[in-house]
Ligand binder design. Structure first.
Ligand code: LFR
Length: 476
């Protein structure tokens, strides 16, 4: 009889509940429920519908029971940085506002003016992104100080969903590091920093590591869902879970490819030198206290937005296919802030091309080609920065996540960099989430064992560079 564990993996555009189980040396995975996600405007702010997400999680649990998968534990991961604040009765004082909301506009710049970048980077190791939790909390402090005064509890999105399931409050470590409020060396909340920023220290919970058994489901939920499950903390930051599933951490660069492209390496310590700060690389906390030295690149968000705006229904596969025959050759700098939440992504790309006196992409194929090529240029630049910083070169790039299925982009990257590109598994985040549950339960002994089981259980496609003369050819 199968005994499974459930990974809830919620991304910016969709969520899924995946059941996983081990069979000897193999790992098995089955999708039991999939649902849409997205931020919508509520009283002038882009917010996630957290109650809807909670309902979808419950549906997924029910579906796994109905499908005879006998779930025994569950863990939730989502994107990073976003949170809710609770009052003394544990009622929400805030919506789960999206990191793409404009409430943080200008705040990071103000903080940098006052404190300088070095102080923050040397302590937290976290890259300067306008949407970091630090700036979101300061936005609340500036515009709604009463909310912060009444807040008793700070929970990040997966922490809050775990709280709804169990009644237990915790801040999971990997996600907490993305706030830019944790000290990368003590691996605890940086209370001095919080005080300097005028933020209350009492709202933060003790941090717990991935693999911690949080609690069984609340009794009323057990009755409602007809199952008793343990909640085991995975790496609740999706990128931390995804990278936990990359087998060759010492020999390979990785790209976690989804709404964002996260490109980097795994490291035993944070790299907080000036070059890394100037290149805007981050050092996010990973499983086993490893660090992800990586850069956020705008990612497939750009194509998701283009697809949403196109008058006809285009699948991502169709867009990729169409781009293959496109002769368009213009590129945009995808790392510009203008692409974070433009009113209209197609207009924004076209304006960027116009400003750079390039041909304007108009057809879906040209737009897709422009995005893929521009992403590949940005990947290549980030790879050079990593190799310069750590003073070594890497022979291969391992792409995981939904975007690893984009053969077009994978080949483009192999051709541009001259490196071998390995692609898959596309469900790395769910697998990494499950890995920490299996380790906590003693079904898998260590991260290393888990990673080698992943290697033999999931198919990985290989792309070899084909057009070497193109390497490092054009720059944006
Ligand atoms: C990817 C991700 C990135 C984070 C961004 C915003 O889904 O978690 O790691 O920088 O979303 O939270």
């Amino acid at each position: 009889m199968i005994k499974s564990r459930l990974a809830v993996d919620i991304g910016a555009s969709s969520g899924r509940v995946m059941a996983g189980w081990t069979t000897g040396h193999n790992l098995e995975l089955k999708e039991v429920h999939r649902f849409k996600n997205g931020a919508t405007l509520k009283e002038g702010h882009f917010c996630w519908d957290i109650d809807y997400l909670y309902e979808q999680i419950k549906r997924g649990i029910k579906a796994s029971v109905e499908q005879g998968l006998n779930p025994t534990s569950i863990g939730i991961n989502t994107w990073a940085v976003d949170f809710v604040l609770l009052d003394e009765h544990d009622h929400r004082l805030t919506e789960a506002v999206s990191y793409r909301d404009a409430r943080t506009d200008g705040i990071m710049e103000d903080v940098i003016d006052v404190y300088g970048k070095e102080v923050l980077y040397e302590r937290t190791g976290i890259a300067f992104q306008p949407f970091n939790t630090l700036y979101q909390l300061l936005a609340i402090k500036r515009r709604q100080p009463d909310i912060l005064e009444n807040a008793q509890t700070f929970l990040m999105v997966p922490d809050y969903l775990h709280f709804l399931l169990t009644g237990k409050k915790t801040n999971e470590y990997t996600n907490a590091t993305t706030t830019q409020l944790m000290n990368a060396f003590t691996k605890k909340w940086d209370e001095d920093l919080l005080t300097e920023m005028g933020l209350p220290t009492h709202i933060f919970q003790d941090t717990h590591l991935p693999g911690t058994k949080l609690s069984p489901l609340k009794a009323d939920l057990q009755r409602e869902l007809g199952v008793s499950l343990d909640v085991i903390l995975p790496a609740t930051h999706d990128t931390a879970s995804a990278i936990a599933a990359v087998p060759e951490w010492q020999t390979s660069l990785y790209i976690s490819s989804g709404t964002w492209s996260l490109i980097g390496i795994e490291n035993p310590f944070p790299i907080c030198i000036t070059k890394a700060m100037n290149d805007n690389f981050t050092n996010e906390g990973g499983v086993n206290y490893r660090f992800r030295f990586l850069k956020n690149i705008m990612g497939l968000w750009m194509i998701q937005e283009v697809q949403r705006l196109l008058p006809d229904e285009w699948s991502f596969a169709d867009l990729a296919k169409e781009s293959q025959t496109s002769t368009y050759s213009g590129k945009v700098d995808v790392d510009q802030r203008r692409f974070l939440k433009p009113d209209n992504m197609i207009d924004e790309i076209q304006s960027a091309c116009r400003e750079a006196e390039q041909e304007i992409p108009t057809s879906p194929g040209d737009l897709a080609k422009c995005i893929y090529e521009s992403l590949a240029v940005s990947y290549e630049k980030a790879i050079k920065q990593i190799e310069e910083t750590v003073e070594r070169t890497y022979e291969q790039i391992h792409i995981i996540g939904g975007g690893s299925q984009n053969a077009q982009l994978n080949q483009m990257l192999a051709d541009r960099t001259g490196k071998t590109v390995l692609a898959g598994p596309s469900e790395a985040t769910a697998v990494g989430n499950l890995l920490m549950q299996w380790i906590a339960a003693g079904e898998i002994v260590s991260l290393e064992e888990g990673r080698s089981m992943i290697k033999q259980s999931f198919q990985v496609e290989e792309y070899q560079p084909q057009r070497s003369e193109q390497r490092y050819a054009d720059k944006v």
